[in-house]
Structure formats: C-alpha cells, structure tokens
Write a new protein. Structure first.
Ligand code: SF4
Length: 382
C-alpha cells in the first residue's frame, strides 16, 4: 500500500510540507521545461522575469498549444482575480506581476475579476460595503503594477453582473452540486451564494470568446492550490464551445513567520507585508522575520546561513532583487557567512520602502482611469 501523502493541497486547505514534484504528479500537470522557458524568452524579445527563471512558476496545463496559437497569429488573453477581504500583501503580487509581464511583453489583453460578492458570502465578518470598498482599493493596487487602460478589462462582480449573467446562466447549467462539493468541500450549511459563485468565476475565461464570436485562448496564472478549481472550468469549456483555458501554476511562498505556507488569517497579520502597512510597521515586521541565520554572529561568519529556509530571502527572490547579479550576490554571501541577517534585513527594509513610495505614486495615477476598465455591458442580448 503506498504511504499516505504528508501534505494536503486543495483550493480550501493547504497543510504539511509540500513536495511540489509529487503534487504535480498527483494533479497530473506538466512541468515548466527549459524548452518552454526558452520559447517564452524568444517570444518576449529576450527577457524572462525572475518569477519564471527562479522556479516560482513551475507547472502548467497546455501552455505549449497556447504559444502555438500565439505564434500562428491567435493571441491569447490573461485572466486573474482577487477576492477582496482586506489589503493586498506582497505575495499577492506574484500572480499579478506575471500577468503584467505577459501583458507588457507579449502585448496581450488582461482580464481581472474582483469577487466582492464571493468574499461577502465566504466571510461572515465582512459587510457588503467592506467587500466593495476593498474591491476598489485592491483594484488600484493591481492596476498600479503597470496595466494599460486600453487593454485591461475588469469584472467587478457586483457591478458587472449584467455583463456576465447571460454567460453565467449557460455556465451554471454545466456544473453540478456534486462537482463543486468535491472541489471546494461545500457542505449542507454552505450558503447558496458560494455555490452559484463557482459559475461566475468561470465566466471571464470564456467571455472574450463569447463577445468576439470566435475562440480566444485564455491563460490563467494561479497558485497550484487553485488547479482543481480551474480544472472544473476546463472540463466544461468544450461543452460550451469555448477553448479550455491554459494554466500556469506557482508554488506557494512562505510567510514572514516562517511556518510553511503564508497565511494571514486569524492573528497572523505579521506573516505578510501589506501594501498599506506604514513604514514603521514594515520595518518591525522585517526585523522580526524568520531567517535561515545562525544563533550567533560568530557562528554565522564561520558556518554561513541557509537562504532556502529564510523568509527574507523569499522576498528577495520573488520581488525585491529583480537583477540576477544582485540576487546571486545575496544568496552567495548569505551562504558564505559574509552577509549577516541584520544587514540583510536593513537592506531589504530600504528596498521595500522604495517600492512602497513608487507604488503609492503609480496607485494615485490609476485612480483617474480605473473606473473606465469596469465592464458593465453584455456584448450580446440574452
Ligand atoms: S543573510 Fe539574509 S537571506 Fe541569509 S539567512 Fe540571513 S536574512 Fe536570510
């Protein structure tokens, strides 16, 4: 009898030490090979982001056929979403940074879904006003990462429902309660809003095909834990006459507290750097962050530290050291003991402050046009 897995990864539960290769086997996804990366590198004109070169995105479904279509003159679009329950933190940006990269480098449109309805149904402590307010705040943060207003389309669920509903009706008929129960763990006590919401979350993946009356390929970057959800979207696609969306999966990153996968629920606000944290709070959180350092300076100088288990290194790796030379220098000097954790943290604090200042400026500018990206009209009558 095979040994039971030591980890659990579903759209609603992640626990244990994840073996990502094993997880890929269990889910039946494909690895992001050097050949595919080389192809992306060529298509993007000789540039790949650290999220791809450093193995944060590592798995996919049907990326090859998506790129075949692109090269044959059938561009795809990128789709991602956010459930607005509070401020974004820097790890949320992993998903939107890669979207922005495809959007900029391959010139493809971006579709964003803001699921203010779903968060209201899922979190009993949140009011409708709060999920709607966080929806707009989160949208400003996402757009500030560098999306072009002319090629960016937003489904803000409670405000875009008229545009989505004709398609949602057809999607909903293809999904049974057994399907969603298996994927999301719904029970008899689950409110029916959440059950219907699964149809709404598939709508953006098909909407451009519906609107344009032709097959428009879709790419969805997401955490690997969300794969079962989008498998459902893929399963119903062809029955509706639309292409199956391709998926690009990231690993889940550790939080500042260093206890496995980041989680900010409950009293764990110190596990992440929120984009609305004031500078003093950013500094306090980074100073207290879990590292791969040694107990004393003398030991660290002598034996070196372990970057792979360090939450500070994770921040350098995913966002704050985009230049390869700098990232290699941090990793090498950490391992050799030349770099001490206090100095490394001080350098990161400066870097994060710089990013927050630049982001705040970009965020103010998008407020002028954010509303214009919200889709409110269905392309066709019922
Ligand atoms: S030197 Fe930096 S990267 Fe290395 S363990 Fe310490 S904090 Fe982490």
């Amino acid at each position: 009898m095979p040994a039971p897995e030591e980890f659990v990864v579903t759209p609603y539960e992640v626990k244990g030490k994840i073996d990502y290769d094993r997880l890929r086997e269990l889910f039946g996804t494909q690895g992001l090979t050097p050949e595919l990366l080389a192809r992306l590198h060529r298509l993007a004109g000789g540039e790949l982001p650290p999220l791809l070169t450093r193995g944060i995105y590592y798995s996919h479904r049907d990326l090859g056929p998506l790129l075949d279509a692109y090269e044959n003159g059938r561009p795809f679009f990128v789709y991602s979403g956010r459930g607005p329950s509070g401020p974004l933190h820097t790890s949320h940006l992993i998903q939107f940074d890669i979207c922005a990269w495809f959007h900029r480098r391959l010139g493809v449109p971006m579709y964003i879904q803001i699921t203010d309805d779903e968060k209201f149904w899922a979190r009993s402590g949140l009011t409708r006003e709060e999920t709607a307010r966080w929806g707009l705040e989160n949208l400003y943060d996402i757009l500030a990462l560098g999306f072009d207003p002319k090629r960016t389309h937003v489904f803000f669920d409670s405000r875009s429902i008229a545009a989505m509903y004709p398609l949602a009706i057809r999607v909903a008929r293809k999904i049974t309660f057994s399907n969603v129960k298996a994927v999301f763990g719904f029970e008899g006590s689950t409110n029916i809003g959440l059950v219907f919401y699964t149809a709404l979350q598939s709508v953006p993946a098909f909407w451009p095909s519906w609107a344009e009356g032709r097959a428009v390929p879709c790419l969805i970057p997401c955490g690997i834990d969300q794969d079962p959800h989008f498998r459902l979207t893929r399963d119903i696609a062809e029955g509706l006459g639309y292409p199956k969306p391709a998926l690009l999966h990231s690993k889940m990153v550790m939080g500042l507290l260093g206890e496995g996968v980041m989680s900010t629920t409950g009293n764990r606000a110190d596990d992440a750097l929120f984009l609305n944290d004031p500078p003093k709070v950013v500094e306090r959180k980074i100073r207290a962050a879990f590292t791969g350092g040694r107990a004393t300076v003398e030991e660290q100088r002598r034996l070196g530290a372990t970057p792979e288990v360090c939450s500070v290194w994770t921040l350098w790796r995913t966002r704050f050291a985009p230049a390869e030379a700098e990232f290699e220098e941090i990793t090498r000097t950490c391992r050799s003991g030349e770099l001490l954790c206090g100095d490394c943290k001080a350098r990161l604090i400066e870097r994060v402050h710089g990013f927050y200042a630049q982001h705040a400026e970009a965020r103010e500018k998008v407020k002028d046009w954010a509303e214009s990206t919200i889709v409110t009209v269905a392309p066709k009558p019922l």
